[in-house]
Design a protein around this ligand. Structure first.
Ligand SMILES: [Zn+2]
Length: 235
């Protein structure tokens, strides 16, 4: 057990946990469940830790507010009447109870027939549909973005689309291949184009170096804005 200590933030008493480690400096972490964790070297007293936390109260408050906002953001719903985004096209979702499992798109309707109308299964079906239908559109976007990289002599990379848990895309310069998250198809076009451009820039600079960001900023000066608009769960 780590000893618990308290801190007063905006008239609210909050507990924090101190974890002792072989480390040189004090570190504070605010976790998504709003808990506060302090990582401290062995030789620092609790009094000093508390003083340090009180000096960082603005930073802690900011992070708590950030997670509070994220936590109240509603999760997308997958039931009849929901709107499903696909490269800025909107489909009205219809979920019909049926012994067979089918997904169909008719004009602006996305119809899912399913035995158990469980939202997680419906989400999986939709992402499966994204994976099958999105490569065509992703390839069009890649071709368009590649024009901007013409002077670097980049060959069109191979594309793979799959569901990923912790990133929107990745790139292998050596294999000349980019992987995009199938869930990306449900985001706005301006965000999708930003991710594609980001991955294509890795074909010039493999790492997130200064040169990489200089190139990205040259080709897409508003990339930060595009990124911030999507309050992404991943950075
Ligand atoms: Zn990157």
């Amino acid at each position: 057990m780590h000893p618990k200590n308290t801190l007063i933030i905006n008239d609210e008493i909050r507990e924090y946990v101190v974890e002792r480690k072989k480390t040189k400096a004090l570190k504070i972490k605010v976790l998504p469940d709003l808990s506060i964790r302090v990582i401290s070297p062995y030789n620092i007293s609790y009094k000093e830790i508390n003083k340090f936390l009180n000096e960082k109260i603005d930073w802690i408050t900011k992070n708590i507010e950030h997670f509070k906002l994220i936590n109240i953001k509603p999760k997308p719903e997958y039931k009849s009447g929901s709107v499903i985004n696909f490269f800025d096209r909107k489909f009205n979702l219809e979920v019909i109870k049926s012994p067979e499992q089918v997904i169909q798109v008719r004009g602006d309707r996305m119809i899912i027939r399913i035995l158990h109308t469980n939202e997680e299964i419906i989400e999986d079906i939709i992402y499966g549909w994204y994976r099958i239908h999105s490569p065509y559109y992703f390839n069009l976007i890649i071709e368009k973005c590649l024009f901007k990289l013409e002077k670097y002599g980049i060959k069109k990379p191979r594309l793979s689309v799959r569901k990923m848990k912790s990133s929107w895309g990745s790139c292998s310069k050596v294999k000349n291949k980019i992987i995009l998250n199938s869930m990306l198809a449900g985001k706005s076009m301006e965000f999708i184009v930003f991710i594609v451009m980001h991955e294509l820039c890795h074909l010039v600079h493999a790492n997130h170096s200064k040169d990489f960001y200089a190139l990205l900023s040259e080709l897409m000066p508003d990339w930060k804005l595009r990124k911030n608009k999507v309050e992404s769960m991943w950075n």
